[in-house]
Design a protein around this ligand. Sequence first.
Ligand code: SF4
Length: 375
Amino acid sequence: MDLKTPGLYIHIPFCLSKCHYCDFYSLTSISAVPDFLDALFKEMEMYRNRFNPFDTVYIGGGTPSLLSPQQLESVLVNVRENFNLISNPEITIETNPADLNRSFLESMRENGINRITIGVQSFDEKVLGFLGRRHSVKQAISAIEASRKAGFHNIGLDLIYGVPAQDIGSWLDTLKQAVVFSPEHISCYQLTLETKTPLGMRYQAGEFSIPGEELQYEFFMKTSNFLKDAGYIHYEVSNFARGTEYTSRHNQKYWDHSPFLGLGPAAHSFQSNQRWWNHQSLDQYIAAINAGNLPIEETETLMIEQLRLEALYLGLRTKKGVSLQDIKNRYDYDLFTEKKEMLDKLQEEGFISIQDSYLYPTQTGLAIADSLSLI
Ligand code: SF4
């Protein structure tokens, strides 16, 4: 039995329109929402009593804010009927600014949702247009203000940088505008161009260029320094919190191999050394459940070496770093002895620091976290 507290993820696979950079699975028609919810509630029943009480629930997507207040309420009622939650769970919902109004937000609060992330992406209309977002800057601002008024004390803003229509100055303008609202959490993701997306195809056709490595590094460092000066902790490569109490409890589970159960199409789960994921297609997902089966597409058993590599890869992306003792206990590997020379070199070059048997990435280390994990 895993001693770490598990988290629950629920995937809502609908978006009214597809953003030009997105390759996540989602459907642009919401006509199948009722059938999806029926299947989701059956899937919850199938997992009843199979996990310890959850301390986080994360409703992500897709666009969960496309559900009606009644549908969202039924999701949370079914969660509570089928699973135990600890007394003060973190319950998060991902939202699009275009969907948020005061009464919807108040009903979210009444249903126990205590953390909201708002997909603002940019406070620059040109950038929003380039990304194909379906909301405006004005809607983003009123969504943030309405969330505060509805009683949210834990608001996260998602932002994207490294967009071709944007230079560092205009990105910093977006950050300046973001901190005006004192959100408790800010995620800054660098734009990645996936080949089959509209932006990926335009890029391959040579329509625009994207920042090279040096400029990406500059975006990263300017972002980190600006938000630190504004009072935020840079606690993971892409994530900033206005105090340790506002770091995402749920996302931490992905970074430290805590168990989590993912429900809904394409959702991933992890427990002990098993990882499994659901059918991506909504039709297949619903058909499997209606036939009385778990809608699992595949299950993978991870070897201890894979788990160790993942633990390093994920841990070195966080300010919390990696416990050398933990690596020894959980994965039977003495990193300090096995890689002493490499660790000394990285420390000398200022990418990591080692204190009290913990390996921490420095700010420069965080900027190249993916290469750091190759130690
Ligand atoms: S709202 Fe999110 S999931 Fe939906 S298309 Fe846009 S980026 Fe993708």
